[in-house]
Design a protein around this ligand. Structure first.
Ligand code: DNO
Length: 365
């Protein structure tokens, strides 16, 4: 398991590379050029700058999250080909700077959705929260305002230049069915994956968060059956998933351990975090510890360990603790604690194995 940490770039994150480097076992950053408008080609000079910066701190830039997919591609509009061409060029350039995995998603209009970015938990920390009943009544515009308020930092997947056109976006999706979305994803994959394969970059689609349709917009990367079907859309080993335990874990019917075992060969990158899911469908993000939420994180580590996982991992959102002022979900402290939990669980398995091996060797004597 290769540990990484998401970093939003200089001037766009409250955390420094010096700090990241001091978290045990972190070898690379998960990055993106967040200011390049969705659909445009990424400039190689900027990629090289990022590489130089990261390498100065002995960190690699092998994982990108995300090269976002333009809405015209998800909508299947004739203009999509232009954006797909840009996407291909970006893949080629990313390969030149040493990128190995690109995480992306195929969610219409919104990326992740929450109703509150600072819900107070019983321990006094705050965390991202999703109130199920609220989503039914809230006007999407109101939600956008709420998510964007009090933050000088653009939230990933909530780019203002796109969400300023919310009304038009909803209009455009009015007649788009789930079947259309499947077809549009296939069209995109069939164009992109051969380029990724040629350049040795794994394309890892991220699950929908939450994993069900929101605001009547279709969502398809939601469960084991759909992920199986998505992987069958293109048989290349370069067509992969980013297994995000927090996104999929918001639906208690998702069996994450079974997904890991089934899809292991197509998981080059995983996000590990915990959520507590309530009976009424609300969920809140919690510490990574199994006991603190509904996702059995230690069982997940166990499944990865047993499968010989050698891919990239990052802790995902954490709580905001110890008065940290940070991007919602992306503080230093709780994610660093998360990493230590993940390593603890991993190393314990390693030790157990070597103890078992030793015991066997002794028995053989
Ligand atoms: C939220 C993240 C998502 C994720 C994208 C991947 O913080 O997990 O924004 O990066 O969905 O494309």
């Amino acid at each position: 398991m290769r540990m990484t940490f998401r970093w939003f770039g200089e001037g766009n994150d409250t955390i420094t590379l010096e700090q990241i480097k001091q978290i045990p076992g972190v070898e690379g950053i998960v990055w993106a050029l967040h200011d390049v408008p969705v659909g445009e080609e990424w400039p190689i000079e900027r990629m090289l700058e990022m590489k130089k910066l990261a390498e100065k701190h002995n960190l690699h830039i092998e994982v990108v999250e995300s090269v976002n997919v333009h809405e015209d591609i998800k909508l299947g509009l004739p203009t999509r080909d232009r954006y797909i061409e840009n996407y291909k060029k970006t893949i080629q350039k990313l390969a030149k700077v040493g990128v190995k995995v690109i995480c992306y998603n195929f969610m219409p209009v919104f990326d992740w959705i929450r109703t509150d970015l600072n819900k107070t938990l019983s321990d006094g920390s705050t965390a991202l929260f999703y109130e199920h009943s609220r989503i039914k009544d809230i006007d999407p515009k109101e939600l956008v305002n709420k998510i964007s308020e009090n933050s000088s930092l653009t939230m990933p997947g909530w780019e203002p230049e796109r969400l300023n056109h919310l009304h038009q976006l909803f209009e455009a999706y009015k007649n788009i069915t789930e079947d259309d979305l499947w077809a549009n994803l296939k069209y995109f994959l069939d164009q992109i994956i051969p380029i990724a394969e040629l350049h040795d970059i794994k394309m890892a689609i991220h699950p929908d968060d939450p994993p069900w349709p929101v605001f009547s917009l279709p969502r398809i990367v939601t469960n084991q059956k759909n992920i199986r079907k998505i992987l069958q859309l293109n048989s290349s080993p370069y067509h992969c998933i980013t297994l995000c335990t927090g996104s999929l874990g918001a639906n208690l019917e998702n069996d994450l351990v079974s997904m890991i075992h089934e899809f292991i060969d197509r998981i080059p990158f995983t996000h590990i975090r915990n959520v507590r899911v309530y009976d009424n469908g609300d969920f809140v993000e919690t510490s990574h510890r199994s006991k603190d939420g509904s996702v059995d994180v230690s069982a997940i580590i166990h499944a990865y360990y047993e499968s010989g996982f050698k891919g990239y991992c990052r802790p995902d959102h954490g709580r905001h603790i110890w008065d940290e002022q940070c991007r919602p979900g992306y503080g230093l402290y709780d994610r660093a604690l998360g990493i230590m939990y993940l390593w603890g669980a991993w190393d314990a398995l390693k030790n157990k194995q070597s103890v078992r091996k030793e015991a066997k060797e002794e028995a053989a004597w």
